[in-house]
Design a protein around this ligand. Structure first.
Ligand code: ATP
Ligand code: MG
Length: 449
């Protein structure tokens, strides 16, 4: 046997039955997005490296240490697997002149890539669901965005998700704060770690985003941007707060919340849980009024958020909030191959009526420990009429989780009927249904009779 290939470290396969939870979650999200009138956007996973350097800022964790960047071997372009999606969405919005007739509300779902140390809630390929409202300046859209995420937690059944809010003010306010920060950190330079020393003059705000516990006390005592806000910035924050109050969305103001990218101004926020250890942020976002012009578009304000799907799923799992996986409605037991053409027509008819149908077909075990896989495959291939014993077919039917087995025996087919056996009533009730009127049985299934 040739050597086994494995997935890249920190990048995970998502297999059934776990993938059911993801499909379900995506459905809930799509439903909420529809009700808030956000449209789906899909941008490429690979973008020019320059997009992220310009978009996220050179002195950020992502750009400094986490990007998967490479040179295209053929045309020598510098490319990067997207570490987040806002930069790509903004590029697309500019490239396609999407704001020509006013603001756009968009959402996306998909994989992101960051070279981080893999641990619970932190992976190298992970997934985000995010929303962006572009072209809107007023605080009501910040509130709408937050309300949308809040609605999502509610519909998923998540409790104990806390909202933290801050304002990063405007660039002129940040300049004054920056001076105060540099002065403060300079006077405590002996406590600064390597990252902080490097960032002291290039991007001191970023020091506040440190994950180093030894720096927490120092960071807690640092000058607060909130104290440097002018009346307009304060009014924006107040408006967001009062709209959240009016909708009974609880929050706490956290003056230390700065977020990991440089593009934010005014409102920033995070949804946090204390149930995932140190990877407790499940969603983060804020306003980015200068990013579109910085990326070469006509100046336009915007606000957005992104949530980490793995962390949300983990949280739902811990709280036993994931729905049960469901088997098909029907497992079709087909003892002989003779009537197969008719059987498949009947099954297709059921599927057309919305019934979910799994048809028995003999399969090969790939278990390397079992007898000879090749021999079994060969036997199945040699005897194409062998469909497996009734006993083995019923075993499969049970394992499938189906509600009913439909038994298409030769005698039944000759009479124009099929035997319907309940697999879930505990006693295996059987009755015959006429194939000609199988539609009627299908609709009784749909109505839950
Ligand atoms: P953190 O502080 O945990 O590193 P971040 O500030 O880098 O998060 P954002 O860039 O704001 O994260 O991304 C939004 C969300 O995406 C995060 O709140 C988190 O839920 C999720 N996320 C970010 N990085 C990862 C990762 N490596 N693995 C899994 N989820 C992630
Ligand atoms: Mg990070």
């Amino acid at each position: 046997m040739s050597q086994k290939l494995t997935a890249v470290k920190g990048m995970n396969d998502l297999l059934p039955p776990d993938s059911y939870a993801w499909v379900w979650l995506e459905g809930v999200v799509q439903n909420v997005m529809r009700r808030f009138a956000y449209s789906n956007i899909r941008t490429p996973i690979v973008e020019p490296t320059a997009l992220f350097i310009r978009g996220l800022g050179e002195v950020t964790d992502i750009v400094e240490k986490e990007m998967y960047s490479f040179e295209d071997r053929l045309n020598h372009e510098q490319l990067t697997l997207r570490p987040e999606a806002t930069a790509g969405v903004v590029r697309a919005v500019i490239e396609h002149n999407m704001l020509y007739d006013g603001g756009k509300r968009l959402y996306y779902m998909g994989p992101m890539f960051r070279h981080e140390r893999p641990q619970r809630g932190r992976y190298r390929q992970f997934h985000q669901i995010g929303a962006e409202a572009l072209g809107f300046a007023l605080p009501e859209v910040d509130a709408e965005m937050i309300l949308m995420a809040h609605t999502l937690w509610k519909e998923l059944g998540l409790k104990n998700v806390k909202l933290e809010l801050n304002s990063l003010g405007e660039p002129d306010e940040r300049i004054k704060h920056r001076e105060a920060l540099i002065k403060y950190f300079e006077s405590h330079s002996s406590i600064l770690d390597e990252d902080a020393k490097r960032r002291l003059h290039s991007n001191p705000l970023r020091i506040l985003d440190t994950k180093n516990p030894a720096m927490q006390e120092l960071v807690d005592g640092a000058p607060k941007l909130m104290d440097f806000l002018g009346s307009k910035s304060k009014a924006h924050l107040d408006a967001v707060c009062s709209l959240l109050d009016a909708n009974s969305v609880n929050y706490t103001l956290n003056p230390r919340l700065v977020r990991g990218m440089d593009y934010y101004n005014l409102t920033v926020f995070e949804f946090i849980t204390d149930q995932l250890g140190s990877q407790g942020t499940i969603c983060g976002g804020g306003r980015y009024d200068y990013l579109i012009s910085q990326m070469g578009g006509k100046s336009a304000p915007a606000v957005g958020w992104a949530m980490g799907v793995e962390r949300v799923i983990e949280l739902l799992k811990d709280a036993a909030l994931l729905p049960n996986t469901r088997g098909p409605d029907v497992y079709a037991v087909v003892p002989e191959s003779e009537g197969l053409q008719q059987v498949m027509q009947v099954l297709q008819n059921l599927r057309d009526k919305g019934v979910s149908v799994q048809m028995h077909s003999p399969s090969v075990s790939g278990n390397p420990g079992s007898a000879s896989t090749a021999a079994v495959a060969g036997a199945v291939a040699d005897d194409r009429s062998s469909r497996g014993s009734m006993k083995s077919q019923f075993k499969r039917a049970d394992a499938s989780g189906a509600s009913f087995a439909l038994i298409f025996g030769a005698q039944e087919l000759a009479k124009g009927v099929v035997t319907v056996k309940s697999l879930r009533d505990g006693i295996g009730t059987q009755r015959e249904e006429s194939i000609a009127q199988i539609d009627r049985w299908a609709s009784s299934l749909q109505s839950g009779d």
